[in-house]
Design a protein around this ligand. Sequence first.
Ligand code: 5AD
Ligand code: SF4
Length: 458
Amino acid sequence: MAAGGADIAGRRAAIIPAVNYHLTSFGCQMNDHDAERMRGLLESLGYREAADRDDADLILFNTCTIRGSADDRFLGNLGEARRIKRANPDVVVAVGGCWAQSQKEQVFTQFPFVDIAFGPGEITRLGELIARERIEAVGAFSFDGAFSGTLPAKRDRPHHAWVQVSVGCNCVCSYCIVPSVRGRERSRIASEIIAEVERLAADGVREVTLLGQNVNSYGRDLPKGARTTFAELLREVGSIPDIWRVRYTSPHPKDMRDDVIAAMAETPTLCEHVHLPAQSGSTRVLKRMRRTYSRERYLDLVGRIRDGVPDVSLTTDLIVGFPGETDEDFCDTLSLVHEVRYDGAFTFVYSERPGTEAAADMADDIPAALKSERIQALVDTVHQTARARAQRFVGAAHEVLVEGPSRNDPTRLRGRLRQNITVNFSGDADPGTLATVRITGASSATLAGQQIEVHAIA
Ligand code: 5AD
Ligand code: SF4
């Protein structure tokens, strides 16, 4: 690929003297990962990142379509690309990711200024797509190409890396568009993942987050001789020298087995955090969502995780306003938040997505005003719980992996606890080191602290 890449870069450079790209990425961590790979690929081809969209020869989007609001946000940005292209028809507009996949039938007719559209399964073909002569628009939407994780990366954070372990999802959650835009689940073989993490460690990465749409069903699709369970993978990645912290996201509660909890308990580098999307606290709603667990089974799992992994932090995703959600169902979600005592939660208003079971069979019948009342009540409850939970850190000294200057106050530093909670603190530790920080205050989202010492890592 390197030789072909140089050739492509040469051809492009001959056509356009300054090859600048501008990339805007929306959506989930998998998209963050894919965006890092797109940047890495483009830069290996000789492209340079432009600070402004107006200065780019290639305007690239990595899109999301999980909710209607994601589509709206992207379409606003696409409108700006149209304006730029009108002024300069030589500019190439490329749209990748989940929205592109969902619009594959109509993207070129509805948005004729788009030159290239490709789905999340075709990211490795980006170099080839942009190198084509632009006689006509080109689309690429298959799911069986190479993993984007095999591309070079230009990482956002030097000491942290996303590591793709699988793509796609075999679940049939009735509200979710992901399976139709990311395809069936495919796992990377473990040796390839391990080799990638070893390379990352040699490159200064100290924390990795394993990524999959349903990360803990990893490995089930691999051929028998090459099959590794998710728990085995965690243990292997967790024992790679110079990798101090390992995280993973997002697991499905139905696939969370005791061997994973044991791996977390017994592997010191596996961090004490599980993001465990519940979606609802009502068994009745969970059934209609096709989540395949009940409230009771979810709570039982939470209990086993808490027993196995002391001081674990738990976060979740919750949806309000799912079709047919009654006041009682919604109260079950509120009470779930109290009962689990989440350290944080992403909260969403249900959004009907084309092609999903819920869109076909269930009326989106919760009035907008009631949806917004419920989301507000849920956000308040999550904040209360998270703030109360965060108090347990106050007064004690904790290990923080330093990321860089604090976002709000550059005279202070920012880092993260093993529990994935952000800490803003005064100190002088370098990014990519571990510091011991005394926690002095806590809000629902962040902690404040004072550095005591910098760790020496054996
Ligand atoms: N409406 C609202 N939220 C949704 N999510 C997925 N699909 C929808 C939808 N149609 C949420 C789920 C998922 C998170 C990534 O997005 O909570 O876990
Ligand atoms: Fe969507 Fe459910 Fe798969 Fe998550 S597990 S990506 S919510 S279908």
